[in-house]
Design a protein around this ligand. Structure first.
Ligand SMILES: Nc1nc2c(ncn2[C@@H]2O[C@H](COP(=O)(O)OP(=O)(O)O)[C@@H](O)[C@H]2O)c(=O)[nH]1
Ligand SMILES: [Mg+2]
Length: 429
Protein backbone atom coordinates (compact mmCIF):
# COMPACT_ATOMS: atom_id res chain seq x y z
CA UNK A 1 0.00 0.00 0.00
CA UNK A 2 1.37 3.34 -1.01
CA UNK A 3 0.41 4.97 2.23
CA UNK A 4 2.77 2.54 3.92
CA UNK A 5 5.53 4.87 2.77
CA UNK A 6 4.40 7.30 5.44
CA UNK A 7 5.83 4.97 8.03
CA UNK A 8 9.23 5.50 6.47
CA UNK A 9 8.71 9.24 6.63
CA UNK A 10 7.97 9.02 10.34
CA UNK A 11 11.03 6.88 10.89
CA UNK A 12 13.18 9.35 9.02
CA UNK A 13 11.89 12.21 11.10
CA UNK A 14 12.60 10.46 14.37
CA UNK A 15 15.96 9.22 13.20
CA UNK A 16 17.15 12.49 11.75
CA UNK A 17 20.23 14.13 13.14
CA UNK A 18 18.96 17.60 12.49
CA UNK A 19 15.73 19.10 11.28
CA UNK A 20 16.77 21.83 8.90
CA UNK A 21 15.27 23.37 5.79
CA UNK A 22 16.69 20.71 3.52
CA UNK A 23 15.33 17.95 5.71
CA UNK A 24 11.86 19.47 5.76
CA UNK A 25 11.85 19.93 2.00
CA UNK A 26 12.91 16.36 1.36
CA UNK A 27 10.41 15.10 3.87
CA UNK A 28 7.58 17.03 2.26
CA UNK A 29 8.54 15.54 -1.09
CA UNK A 30 8.42 12.06 0.40
CA UNK A 31 4.99 12.77 1.81
CA UNK A 32 3.77 14.13 -1.51
CA UNK A 33 5.00 11.06 -3.33
CA UNK A 34 3.28 8.74 -0.87
CA UNK A 35 -0.02 10.59 -1.08
CA UNK A 36 0.01 10.90 -4.86
CA UNK A 37 0.81 7.24 -5.23
CA UNK A 38 -2.10 6.43 -2.94
CA UNK A 39 -4.37 8.40 -5.27
CA UNK A 40 -5.13 11.22 -2.87
CA UNK A 41 -6.43 14.07 -4.94
CA UNK A 42 -3.79 16.49 -6.10
CA UNK A 43 -5.35 19.55 -4.63
CA UNK A 44 -5.39 17.95 -1.22
CA UNK A 45 -1.84 16.70 -1.60
CA UNK A 46 -0.82 20.27 -2.24
CA UNK A 47 -2.76 21.64 0.68
CA UNK A 48 -1.44 19.06 3.08
CA UNK A 49 2.17 19.30 2.02
CA UNK A 50 2.19 23.08 1.93
CA UNK A 51 0.70 23.27 5.38
CA UNK A 52 3.29 20.84 6.72
CA UNK A 53 6.14 22.69 5.13
CA UNK A 54 4.99 26.06 6.30
CA UNK A 55 4.45 24.95 9.86
CA UNK A 56 7.60 22.88 10.08
CA UNK A 57 9.75 25.78 8.91
CA UNK A 58 8.11 28.55 10.83
CA UNK A 59 6.67 27.29 14.06
CA UNK A 60 8.63 27.54 17.20
CA UNK A 61 9.27 24.22 18.90
CA UNK A 62 7.15 24.12 22.05
CA UNK A 63 8.96 23.89 25.31
CA UNK A 64 8.24 20.27 25.96
CA UNK A 65 9.09 18.83 22.59
CA UNK A 66 12.20 18.38 20.61
CA UNK A 67 12.28 19.46 16.98
CA UNK A 68 11.71 15.93 15.74
CA UNK A 69 8.68 15.30 17.87
CA UNK A 70 7.33 18.65 16.85
CA UNK A 71 7.68 17.98 13.14
CA UNK A 72 6.15 14.56 13.53
CA UNK A 73 3.24 16.12 15.36
CA UNK A 74 2.75 18.61 12.54
CA UNK A 75 2.74 15.83 9.95
CA UNK A 76 0.25 13.92 12.04
CA UNK A 77 -2.04 16.89 12.52
CA UNK A 78 -2.06 17.92 8.89
CA UNK A 79 -2.71 14.38 7.67
CA UNK A 80 -5.51 14.20 10.19
CA UNK A 81 -7.09 17.33 8.72
CA UNK A 82 -6.80 15.64 5.35
CA UNK A 83 -9.05 12.72 6.25
CA UNK A 84 -11.77 14.62 7.96
CA UNK A 85 -14.15 13.30 10.53
CA UNK A 86 -15.35 9.88 11.51
CA UNK A 87 -18.89 9.26 12.64
CA UNK A 88 -20.18 8.24 16.03
CA UNK A 89 -22.93 5.64 15.85
CA UNK A 90 -24.57 5.20 19.23
CA UNK A 91 -25.32 1.69 20.41
CA UNK A 92 -29.07 1.77 20.06
CA UNK A 93 -31.86 0.86 17.69
CA UNK A 94 -31.01 1.90 14.15
CA UNK A 95 -31.57 1.06 10.53
CA UNK A 96 -28.68 1.19 8.16
CA UNK A 97 -29.18 1.08 4.41
CA UNK A 98 -26.23 0.20 2.23
CA UNK A 99 -25.92 1.45 -1.32
CA UNK A 100 -23.15 1.15 -3.87
CA UNK A 101 -22.18 -0.30 -7.20
CA UNK A 102 -22.11 -4.00 -7.86
CA UNK A 103 -19.07 -5.69 -6.40
CA UNK A 104 -18.21 -2.81 -4.11
CA UNK A 105 -18.68 -5.05 -1.08
CA UNK A 106 -22.21 -4.27 0.15
CA UNK A 107 -23.27 -7.80 1.00
CA UNK A 108 -20.07 -8.62 2.83
CA UNK A 109 -20.22 -5.28 4.60
CA UNK A 110 -23.85 -5.78 5.66
CA UNK A 111 -22.82 -8.79 7.69
CA UNK A 112 -19.66 -7.08 8.91
CA UNK A 113 -21.73 -4.23 10.31
CA UNK A 114 -24.31 -6.56 11.85
CA UNK A 115 -21.53 -8.54 13.50
CA UNK A 116 -19.76 -5.38 14.63
CA UNK A 117 -22.82 -4.23 16.57
CA UNK A 118 -23.70 -7.70 17.73
CA UNK A 119 -20.25 -7.94 19.30
CA UNK A 120 -21.06 -4.74 21.13
CA UNK A 121 -24.25 -6.04 22.60
CA UNK A 122 -26.98 -5.16 20.12
CA UNK A 123 -29.26 -7.69 18.50
CA UNK A 124 -28.68 -7.32 14.82
CA UNK A 125 -30.21 -8.47 11.57
CA UNK A 126 -29.74 -8.18 7.84
CA UNK A 127 -32.33 -7.81 5.11
CA UNK A 128 -31.67 -9.18 1.64
CA UNK A 129 -33.07 -6.53 -0.68
CA UNK A 130 -31.00 -7.37 -3.73
CA UNK A 131 -33.32 -8.98 -6.25
CA UNK A 132 -31.10 -8.04 -9.14
CA UNK A 133 -28.31 -10.53 -8.66
CA UNK A 134 -29.61 -14.13 -8.70
CA UNK A 135 -27.36 -15.50 -5.97
CA UNK A 136 -27.58 -12.47 -3.71
CA UNK A 137 -30.15 -14.02 -1.39
CA UNK A 138 -28.05 -17.14 -0.71
CA UNK A 139 -24.83 -15.18 -0.38
CA UNK A 140 -26.24 -12.99 2.36
CA UNK A 141 -28.08 -15.82 4.09
CA UNK A 142 -24.97 -17.98 4.26
CA UNK A 143 -22.83 -15.19 5.66
CA UNK A 144 -25.50 -14.20 8.16
CA UNK A 145 -26.03 -17.79 9.30
CA UNK A 146 -22.33 -18.37 9.67
CA UNK A 147 -22.17 -15.42 12.02
CA UNK A 148 -25.39 -16.00 13.90
CA UNK A 149 -27.00 -12.90 12.53
CA UNK A 150 -30.78 -12.86 11.98
CA UNK A 151 -31.61 -12.95 8.29
CA UNK A 152 -34.72 -11.65 6.52
CA UNK A 153 -35.28 -12.44 2.86
CA UNK A 154 -38.16 -13.51 0.63
CA UNK A 155 -38.24 -14.71 -2.90
CA UNK A 156 -40.60 -13.67 -5.64
CA UNK A 157 -41.38 -10.15 -4.49
CA UNK A 158 -39.78 -6.80 -5.22
CA UNK A 159 -36.96 -5.28 -3.20
CA UNK A 160 -39.28 -2.66 -1.79
CA UNK A 161 -41.80 -5.30 -0.73
CA UNK A 162 -39.03 -7.35 0.85
CA UNK A 163 -37.94 -4.44 2.99
CA UNK A 164 -41.50 -3.63 3.97
CA UNK A 165 -42.25 -7.18 4.98
CA UNK A 166 -38.92 -7.71 6.74
CA UNK A 167 -39.27 -4.59 8.80
CA UNK A 168 -42.68 -5.70 9.96
CA UNK A 169 -41.30 -8.85 11.51
CA UNK A 170 -37.79 -7.81 12.47
CA UNK A 171 -37.52 -6.98 16.16
CA UNK A 172 -33.75 -6.67 16.27
CA UNK A 173 -32.09 -3.42 17.34
CA UNK A 174 -29.70 -2.93 14.51
CA UNK A 175 -30.95 -3.69 11.04
CA UNK A 176 -28.79 -3.56 7.96
CA UNK A 177 -30.43 -3.48 4.54
CA UNK A 178 -28.35 -4.93 1.73
CA UNK A 179 -29.44 -3.53 -1.61
CA UNK A 180 -28.66 -4.28 -5.24
CA UNK A 181 -26.02 -2.48 -7.22
CA UNK A 182 -25.39 -2.00 -10.91
CA UNK A 183 -22.22 -1.52 -12.88
CA UNK A 184 -22.99 2.14 -13.05
CA UNK A 185 -25.35 4.48 -11.33
CA UNK A 186 -28.34 4.23 -13.65
CA UNK A 187 -31.85 5.53 -13.34
CA UNK A 188 -33.38 2.18 -12.46
CA UNK A 189 -30.99 1.80 -9.55
CA UNK A 190 -31.59 5.33 -8.33
CA UNK A 191 -35.36 4.82 -8.40
CA UNK A 192 -35.09 1.62 -6.46
CA UNK A 193 -32.82 3.16 -3.83
CA UNK A 194 -35.22 6.03 -3.36
CA UNK A 195 -38.19 3.69 -2.99
CA UNK A 196 -36.39 1.50 -0.47
CA UNK A 197 -35.28 4.51 1.51
CA UNK A 198 -38.89 5.68 1.60
CA UNK A 199 -40.27 2.50 3.16
CA UNK A 200 -37.24 1.80 5.33
CA UNK A 201 -36.71 5.30 6.62
CA UNK A 202 -33.09 4.46 7.51
CA UNK A 203 -31.15 6.33 10.17
CA UNK A 204 -28.05 5.93 8.04
CA UNK A 205 -27.54 5.63 4.32
CA UNK A 206 -24.02 4.46 3.81
CA UNK A 207 -22.27 4.35 0.48
CA UNK A 208 -20.01 1.35 0.09
CA UNK A 209 -16.95 2.32 -1.92
CA UNK A 210 -14.29 -0.01 -3.23
CA UNK A 211 -10.92 1.50 -2.33
CA UNK A 212 -9.41 0.18 -5.55
CA UNK A 213 -11.24 2.75 -7.65
CA UNK A 214 -8.79 5.37 -6.44
CA UNK A 215 -9.55 8.87 -7.63
CA UNK A 216 -12.82 7.79 -9.24
CA UNK A 217 -14.19 7.56 -5.71
CA UNK A 218 -14.88 11.24 -5.68
CA UNK A 219 -17.09 11.18 -8.78
CA UNK A 220 -18.92 8.10 -7.61
CA UNK A 221 -19.56 9.39 -4.12
CA UNK A 222 -20.80 12.68 -5.47
CA UNK A 223 -23.21 10.95 -7.83
CA UNK A 224 -24.69 8.76 -5.10
CA UNK A 225 -24.90 11.69 -2.77
CA UNK A 226 -26.81 13.73 -5.31
CA UNK A 227 -29.09 10.83 -6.09
CA UNK A 228 -30.18 9.83 -2.61
CA UNK A 229 -28.18 11.78 -0.06
CA UNK A 230 -25.74 9.66 1.90
CA UNK A 231 -24.51 10.32 5.39
CA UNK A 232 -21.50 8.12 5.57
CA UNK A 233 -18.99 6.25 3.45
CA UNK A 234 -17.68 2.77 4.03
CA UNK A 235 -14.42 2.06 2.27
CA UNK A 236 -13.90 -1.60 1.42
CA UNK A 237 -10.94 -3.61 0.16
CA UNK A 238 -8.50 -1.29 1.80
CA UNK A 239 -6.27 -4.32 2.15
CA UNK A 240 -5.89 -5.05 -1.48
CA UNK A 241 -5.00 -1.76 -3.04
CA UNK A 242 -2.44 0.97 -3.07
CA UNK A 243 -5.10 3.48 -4.02
CA UNK A 244 -7.04 3.79 -0.79
CA UNK A 245 -6.13 7.46 -0.56
CA UNK A 246 -8.60 8.16 -3.35
CA UNK A 247 -11.61 7.13 -1.31
CA UNK A 248 -10.25 8.83 1.80
CA UNK A 249 -9.84 12.12 0.06
CA UNK A 250 -13.20 11.81 -1.72
CA UNK A 251 -14.96 11.68 1.62
CA UNK A 252 -13.14 14.75 2.79
CA UNK A 253 -13.74 16.59 -0.45
CA UNK A 254 -17.48 15.98 -0.43
CA UNK A 255 -17.69 16.51 3.28
CA UNK A 256 -19.14 13.13 4.17
CA UNK A 257 -17.70 11.23 7.11
CA UNK A 258 -16.11 7.82 6.77
CA UNK A 259 -18.00 5.38 8.93
CA UNK A 260 -16.08 2.14 8.60
CA UNK A 261 -13.16 0.60 6.80
CA UNK A 262 -13.16 -2.94 5.50
CA UNK A 263 -9.76 -4.46 4.99
CA UNK A 264 -10.27 -8.10 4.13
CA UNK A 265 -12.79 -10.67 3.09
CA UNK A 266 -13.35 -12.01 6.58
CA UNK A 267 -16.16 -10.61 8.68
CA UNK A 268 -13.66 -9.55 11.35
CA UNK A 269 -11.65 -7.47 8.90
CA UNK A 270 -13.64 -4.42 9.67
CA UNK A 271 -13.30 -1.42 11.88
CA UNK A 272 -14.94 1.78 12.82
CA UNK A 273 -13.10 4.63 11.20
CA UNK A 274 -11.29 6.58 13.86
CA UNK A 275 -9.25 9.33 12.18
CA UNK A 276 -6.73 9.67 14.97
CA UNK A 277 -5.83 6.07 15.33
CA UNK A 278 -5.98 5.63 11.57
CA UNK A 279 -3.37 8.32 10.95
CA UNK A 280 -1.29 7.18 13.90
CA UNK A 281 -1.14 3.76 12.39
CA UNK A 282 -0.28 5.10 8.95
CA UNK A 283 2.69 6.74 10.60
CA UNK A 284 3.52 3.47 12.30
CA UNK A 285 3.07 4.63 15.82
CA UNK A 286 0.65 3.90 18.61
CA UNK A 287 -1.81 6.53 19.47
CA UNK A 288 0.50 9.47 19.02
CA UNK A 289 -1.67 12.16 20.34
CA UNK A 290 -2.55 10.68 23.65
CA UNK A 291 1.03 9.63 24.12
CA UNK A 292 2.30 13.09 23.35
CA UNK A 293 -0.10 14.55 25.83
CA UNK A 294 1.12 12.12 28.42
CA UNK A 295 4.74 12.85 27.71
CA UNK A 296 4.03 16.50 28.11
CA UNK A 297 2.22 16.03 31.36
CA UNK A 298 4.82 13.75 32.87
CA UNK A 299 7.61 16.04 31.73
CA UNK A 300 5.99 18.83 33.64
CA UNK A 301 5.38 16.74 36.71
CA UNK A 302 8.83 15.29 36.91
CA UNK A 303 10.77 18.37 36.10
CA UNK A 304 13.85 16.42 35.31
CA UNK A 305 16.67 18.86 35.25
CA UNK A 306 17.71 19.68 31.72
CA UNK A 307 20.74 21.54 32.91
CA UNK A 308 22.25 18.40 34.34
CA UNK A 309 22.40 16.81 30.94
CA UNK A 310 23.90 19.75 29.25
CA UNK A 311 26.61 19.92 31.83
CA UNK A 312 27.06 16.18 31.52
CA UNK A 313 26.49 15.61 35.20
CA UNK A 314 24.13 12.80 34.51
CA UNK A 315 23.81 10.49 37.48
CA UNK A 316 21.97 7.41 38.58
CA UNK A 317 19.47 9.74 40.19
CA UNK A 318 18.44 10.80 36.73
CA UNK A 319 17.98 7.19 35.76
CA UNK A 320 15.81 6.82 38.82
CA UNK A 321 13.64 9.75 37.83
CA UNK A 322 13.58 8.47 34.33
CA UNK A 323 12.17 5.17 35.47
CA UNK A 324 9.56 6.88 37.58
CA UNK A 325 8.55 9.03 34.65
CA UNK A 326 8.37 5.98 32.49
CA UNK A 327 6.12 4.17 34.91
CA UNK A 328 3.71 7.01 34.66
CA UNK A 329 3.78 6.82 30.89
CA UNK A 330 2.47 3.32 30.82
CA UNK A 331 3.41 0.37 28.65
CA UNK A 332 7.05 0.62 27.84
CA UNK A 333 6.70 -0.76 24.37
CA UNK A 334 4.32 2.01 23.42
CA UNK A 335 6.58 4.65 24.81
CA UNK A 336 9.56 3.25 22.99
CA UNK A 337 7.71 3.23 19.72
CA UNK A 338 7.13 6.87 20.20
CA UNK A 339 10.32 8.13 21.64
CA UNK A 340 13.03 8.54 19.07
CA UNK A 341 16.37 7.84 20.57
CA UNK A 342 15.54 4.90 22.63
CA UNK A 343 13.29 3.33 20.11
CA UNK A 344 15.35 3.81 17.04
CA UNK A 345 18.87 4.88 17.78
CA UNK A 346 20.01 3.35 21.01
CA UNK A 347 17.66 0.68 19.99
CA UNK A 348 17.55 -2.94 20.78
CA UNK A 349 19.35 -3.14 24.08
CA UNK A 350 17.03 -0.71 25.59
CA UNK A 351 14.00 -1.65 23.66
CA UNK A 352 14.32 -5.06 25.15
CA UNK A 353 14.27 -3.68 28.59
CA UNK A 354 11.11 -4.88 30.07
CA UNK A 355 9.07 -2.97 32.53
CA UNK A 356 9.99 -5.68 34.99
CA UNK A 357 13.66 -4.90 34.57
CA UNK A 358 12.98 -1.26 35.27
CA UNK A 359 11.31 -2.18 38.51
CA UNK A 360 14.34 -4.27 39.49
CA UNK A 361 16.63 -1.36 38.73
CA UNK A 362 14.58 0.81 40.99
CA UNK A 363 14.85 -1.69 43.79
CA UNK A 364 18.62 -1.80 43.30
CA UNK A 365 18.89 1.95 43.41
CA UNK A 366 16.85 2.02 46.59
CA UNK A 367 19.71 0.13 48.20
CA UNK A 368 22.34 2.60 47.12
CA UNK A 369 23.60 5.49 49.14
CA UNK A 370 23.00 9.06 48.06
CA UNK A 371 26.69 9.31 47.31
CA UNK A 372 26.56 6.29 45.03
CA UNK A 373 23.57 7.62 43.19
CA UNK A 374 25.22 10.94 42.58
CA UNK A 375 28.61 9.55 41.76
CA UNK A 376 28.24 6.05 40.31
CA UNK A 377 31.95 5.88 39.57
CA UNK A 378 32.66 4.95 43.16
CA UNK A 379 30.63 1.78 42.92
CA UNK A 380 33.32 -0.90 43.00
CA UNK A 381 33.15 -4.66 43.44
CA UNK A 382 32.54 -4.63 47.15
CA UNK A 383 29.83 -2.00 46.87
CA UNK A 384 28.21 -4.02 44.12
CA UNK A 385 28.14 -7.01 46.44
CA UNK A 386 26.63 -4.99 49.26
CA UNK A 387 23.98 -3.45 47.01
CA UNK A 388 23.05 -6.83 45.55
CA UNK A 389 22.59 -8.34 49.00
CA UNK A 390 20.76 -5.30 50.32
CA UNK A 391 18.32 -5.22 47.46
CA UNK A 392 17.85 -8.95 47.20
CA UNK A 393 19.08 -8.94 43.63
CA UNK A 394 22.26 -10.33 42.08
CA UNK A 395 25.60 -8.73 41.44
CA UNK A 396 25.05 -9.32 37.80
CA UNK A 397 21.90 -7.26 37.88
CA UNK A 398 23.65 -4.43 39.64
CA UNK A 399 26.32 -4.52 36.94
CA UNK A 400 23.60 -4.49 34.32
CA UNK A 401 22.14 -1.36 35.81
CA UNK A 402 25.56 0.29 35.77
CA UNK A 403 26.01 -0.69 32.17
CA UNK A 404 22.61 0.72 31.31
CA UNK A 405 23.58 3.92 33.02
CA UNK A 406 26.81 4.13 31.02
CA UNK A 407 24.98 3.53 27.76
CA UNK A 408 22.48 6.26 28.37
CA UNK A 409 25.19 8.56 29.56
CA UNK A 410 27.16 8.13 26.38
CA UNK A 411 24.05 8.76 24.32
CA UNK A 412 23.43 11.88 26.28
CA UNK A 413 26.95 13.04 25.58
CA UNK A 414 26.53 12.56 21.89
CA UNK A 415 23.31 14.42 22.07
CA UNK A 416 24.66 17.38 23.88
CA UNK A 417 25.83 18.77 20.62
CA UNK A 418 22.41 18.44 19.07
CA UNK A 419 19.20 19.24 20.76
CA UNK A 420 17.52 17.48 23.54
CA UNK A 421 14.69 15.54 22.07
CA UNK A 422 12.12 16.28 24.67
CA UNK A 423 13.11 19.14 26.80
CA UNK A 424 12.38 18.51 30.40
CA UNK A 425 12.01 14.82 29.94
CA UNK A 426 15.43 14.71 28.62
CA UNK A 427 16.49 11.27 28.24
CA UNK A 428 13.37 11.05 26.63
CA UNK A 429 12.03 8.70 28.99
N1 LIG B 1 -10.05 -8.17 0.08
C1 LIG B 1 -11.28 -7.75 0.37
N2 LIG B 1 -12.32 -8.24 -0.30
C2 LIG B 1 -13.55 -7.79 0.00
C3 LIG B 1 -13.76 -6.81 1.00
N3 LIG B 1 -15.09 -6.57 1.06
C4 LIG B 1 -15.66 -7.36 0.15
N4 LIG B 1 -14.74 -8.11 -0.51
C5 LIG B 1 -14.94 -9.06 -1.61
O1 LIG B 1 -15.45 -8.38 -2.73
C6 LIG B 1 -16.31 -9.18 -3.46
C7 LIG B 1 -17.65 -8.50 -3.68
O2 LIG B 1 -18.29 -8.33 -2.44
P1 LIG B 1 -19.85 -8.28 -2.26
O3 LIG B 1 -20.11 -8.12 -0.81
O4 LIG B 1 -20.50 -9.45 -2.93
O5 LIG B 1 -20.20 -6.95 -3.05
P2 LIG B 1 -21.62 -6.38 -3.50
O6 LIG B 1 -21.82 -6.76 -4.90
O7 LIG B 1 -21.50 -4.90 -3.35
O8 LIG B 1 -22.65 -6.96 -2.59
C8 LIG B 1 -16.45 -10.46 -2.68
O9 LIG B 1 -15.60 -11.43 -3.23
C9 LIG B 1 -15.97 -10.10 -1.28
O10 LIG B 1 -15.41 -11.19 -0.60
C10 LIG B 1 -12.62 -6.29 1.69
O11 LIG B 1 -12.68 -5.41 2.57
N5 LIG B 1 -11.41 -6.79 1.34
MG1 LIG C 1 -24.43 -7.91 -2.94
Amino acid sequence: MALEALKEVAKKILGSTSIDKKFVEDMVKDIQRALIKADVNIKQVKEISEAIKKRALSEEVPEYFGAREHVLKIVYEELLKGVGEGIEIPLKKARIMLVGLQGSGKTTTAVKIAKFFKDRGLKSAVIAADTYRPAAFEQLKQLADANNIAFYGYKGISAVEIVERALKSAKEDLIVIDTAGRHALEKELIDEMIEIAKVANPDYKFLVLDAAIGQLASKQARAFHEAIGINGIIITKFDGTAKGGGALSAAREIGIPIAFIGAGEKVEDFEKFDPQSFISRLLGMGDIRSLMEKVERVAKEEEIDAEAFIKGSFTLKDIYKQIEAMNKLGPLRKVLEMIPMLGLKVSDDMAEMTQEKMKRFKVIMDSMTEEELLNPKIIDGSRIRRIAIGSGTSQQEVRELLKYYETIKSVMKKMKKGRLPIKGLKIDL
